[in-house]
Design a binder for this molecule. Structure first.
Ligand code: ADP
Length: 428
């Protein structure tokens, strides 16, 4: 005999366990859900032979769940039975009006529950004989659904306002913290430089390699911290729409060549071969040079970080009269299609945060997850587009990633209130 499946939706754990035991013992396959939305998902997945549901559930109530299922032709003839502590005639009529086939009340005994299951599974159904009463119950049900919907929308609006407020507080906190950290860090960096240039220390460094290494480590860490803080401040500016682009004639090819120069040593150390032909790139376009430098630098730094030693990085460009299309392509670990949009969102890093290691150039080194959102903010502020193409993420096979950018050769200055995109000016 084919085993029949019953989906039971009940938020009370004891009742759930009890009914499940009774039905399982009688040979039914029982699937349970604690909430209506979970129940809806399971119903659509398993297409049970019968759905047994409590009425008072924490999200949708049993009547709303039933109306929802009945609206789906696949559930038009699946028996839905209420099992509830609400025993009044009015509640029974409401449930029948919503579309249940039967209305059972708690407490129940095992024998009668099983009898009822068989009754409904073999096509039995309860109903309201009086059509006027049925219509009145349907009207009440509809009114209840609408008023609960209104209440839910109001609740959502309130929580949305609260969340937006919290989100703003978080942004302000991050911005203030970055500002507060920037001032002492600038002093530390200044003192660090004075120290490095201090003749007695230079003498000591010449004599003792270890001292040289310690000082190098210190200055590199300070630089890294400054970069992180600048990233946060840049992102804050992008988010708060504070600043305008500073447009000037920009030699993009020369800009890329300069940024590449900064990576020459690390590429040599890590045997990364870089393909770049400056002649392909525009020599003059109207753009914010400093900000485009940030874009090139971030894309290149990622290509270096996420490509294993011995890999290749290609920077190619072509022009079509109005725009320049360029790509930064690597033979690195690649990016899962599901992540290809979210990596452009703030603070999104693909890997487990517990495995986070901060490095601008080491293979697999991560950052704050701000580089790409900053790139998108800058590119869009220029009226351009940026996206990524990759077959997927596989650190062993290295399918690679291609970051594609389209920028207008002439960016029109736009007034602040015209812009939906956040703008910024270069950091000083
Ligand atoms: P991060 O500072 O973490 O590098 P980004 O915003 O620059 O932040 O990048 C976000 C995430 O996108 C990275 O953590 C990484 O997982 C993924 N990613 C970016 N560029 C590449 C790339 N070239 N290859 C593979 N993954 C990349």
């Amino acid at each position: 005999m084919i085993q029949r499946t019953i989906l039971y939706i009940e938020d009370d754990a004891t009742a759930r366990a009890l009914v499940k035991r009774v039905l399982s013992k009688a040979g039914y396959k029982v699937i349970t859900a604690q909430r209506a939305l979970e129940g809806l998902d399971l119903a659509r997945k398993w297409m049970p032979d019968l759905i047994l549901t409590d009425i008072a559930l924490p999200d949708l109530n049993g009547r709303e769940l039933t109306s929802n299922l009945r609206a789906d032709p696949r559930f038009a003839s699946v028996p839905i039975v209420a099992l509830t502590a609400e025993s009044s005639e009015e509640k029974r009529e409401l449930a029948l009006a919503a579309g249940v086939n039967g209305y059972l009340t708690k407490p129940f005994d095992a024998k009668s529950l099983l009898m009822h299951m068989e009754f409904f599974l073999s096509g039995g159904t309860e109903g309201i004989d009086d059509s006027k009463r049925l219509q009145a119950a349907r009207d009440r049900h509809l009114a209840e659904v609408v008023s609960r919907l209104e209440a839910r929308i109001r609740e959502l609006e309130t929580s949305n306002e609260a969340l937006t407020g919290l989100d703003q507080m978080k942004d302000t906190f991050i911005q203030l913290t970055a500002h507060e950290l920037r001032t002492p860090l600038t002093l530390i960096a200044g003192y660090g430089r004075l120290l490095v240039d201090h003749p007695p220390l230079q003498g000591m460094m010449a004599q003792d390699q270890d001292i040289g290494m310690l000082i190098k480590g210190l200055t590199e860490s300070i630089n890294r911290m400054q970069t992180v803080i600048e990233e946060i401040l840049t992102m804050s500016r992008i988010m708060t729409n504070q600043i305008e682009l500073t447009l000037s004639p920009t030699n993009l090819g020369a800009l890329v060549a300069r940024v590449l120069g900064e990576y020459e040593q690390v590429c040599r150390e890590r045997q990364l071969s870089v393909h770049f032909n400056q002649h392909e790139w525009p020599v003059s376009m109207r753009a914010d040079t400093d900000l485009l430098r940030v874009v090139i630098n971030n894309l290149l730094s990622n290509a270096v970080k996420y490509t294993p030693d011995g890999g290749q990085i290609k920077l190619k460009a072509r022009m079509d009269g109005q725009s320049v299309h360029f790509i930064v392509q690597d033979t690195g670990m690649g990016i899962d299609p599901a992540e290809q949009e979210s990596i452009f969102r703030r603070f999104h890093t693909v890997r487990d945060i517990a495995l986070h290691s901060t490095s601008k150039t080491a293979f697999g080194g991560g950052g704050l997850g701000l580089g790409l959102p900053i790139c998108r903010g800058i590119v869009e502020a220029h009226g351009g587009r940026i996206w990524v193409e990759s077959k997927g993420n596989d650190p062993q096979q290295s399918p690679g990633s291609t970051f594609c950018v389209v920028l207008p050769l002439i960016t029109q200055p736009r007034s602040k209130n015209q812009s939906s995109i956040k703008r910024l000016v270069p950091q000083q």
